[in-house]
Design a binder for this molecule. Sequence first.
Ligand code: PMP
Length: 416
Amino acid sequence: MTATALAGRARRYDSARVRADFPIFERQVNGRPLTYLDSAASAQRPRAVIAAVDHYETHLHANVHRGVHALSQEATAAYEGARERVRRFLNARSTKEIIFTRGTTEAINLVANAFARPRLGSGDEIVLTRLEHHANIVPWQMAAAATGATLRVAPIDERGELRFDEFSALLTPRTRLVATAHVSNALGTVLPVARIVAAAHARGIPVLLDGAQAVPHGGADVQALGCDFYAFSGHKIYGPTGIGVLYGREALLREMPPWQGGGDMILSVSFEGTTYNDLPWKFEAGTPNISGAIGLAAAIEYLDSIGPAAVRAHEQQLLATATAALQQLPGLRVIGTAAEKAAVLSFTIDGIHPHDLGTILDHEGVAIRTGHHCAMPVMDFFGLAATARASFGCYNDLTDIDRLVAALHKAHEVFG
Ligand code: PMP
């Protein structure tokens, strides 16, 4: 049965209309219509985001927080308005808790430098999971190396699920922080973050969630999650690159020293000393990515206009359909079969290197990701150097799955 034939099972979701909002699909790749299955690496932008950035650049640009002149005030209002939009999206209590960063990576580095390092000493531990992206490993390794702390890594099973009991057993009086993905980028596993937060908080341990792969598939409610820090990137939720967010619990952010010094993060400076700015600006040294923040707010508005729950349901349908279709292909092995997954499908095919697969698919206009996905410990666990990964966004539909399957058949012909 083709994916299109399975359409009867799909919920009503107007993917054609959604797709029409994304001008990238007007172009062809290698003479074929674009089948974009790499949204987990970076999602495409709708016209609304492109227009919001263009409007800012054309009509509003000036530096923020500085000028008394009209443009500066309008730019400041738009930038701070974007912060309020993010606050509502995450259901944070206050805009003081929303810090703009370059992305998830910088948000995690901020916490590693300003929260973890001052608190860590020899014998202290940070607990991670085996599922982490390098962005949620390396900053902690650097903090540990500088302070004498150590990292403890909670294991996963063959399905790519966290071994929760073993994770819990790692929480001890020495644990200073738990830092874990909300959703694994390599496998799609949705981690049991509510249980993780509850187990850590029962021992007084703060929790950082890396939401880079979770937010695009239905948003996040930081109050419901109860986490202390939450990080995500604009470009994975249909916004611009170079902008992201760190949510931090206000009480913790207040205690933290700034991690970068410069303009905007101060109230007054003299050679005798400096008084730092209030939250959230204490953590935003220098001229920020103003257009990025505005574009991010437009992306959130766009996602909200389709409805995060509808997007999630649509993507789950695509994931189920694609998984069923791919499993019929000879020699294909799905890597990551957790009970709860976001719309990310990692796989290998016997006898075909993932990079060759990626190249052949590209000739067919099908963009997938191949490699270690910046999650080498996950690849090691499965004894692999690389996988092929198809990931789905709000603009994908069953035709994309048909094209993926057809291109995989072609790869079989070439290598078979
Ligand atoms: N964490 C996860 C789970 C990711 O998927 C990514 C991006 N691939 C990152 C962190 C890093 O995000 P960025 O490169 O946007 O900072």
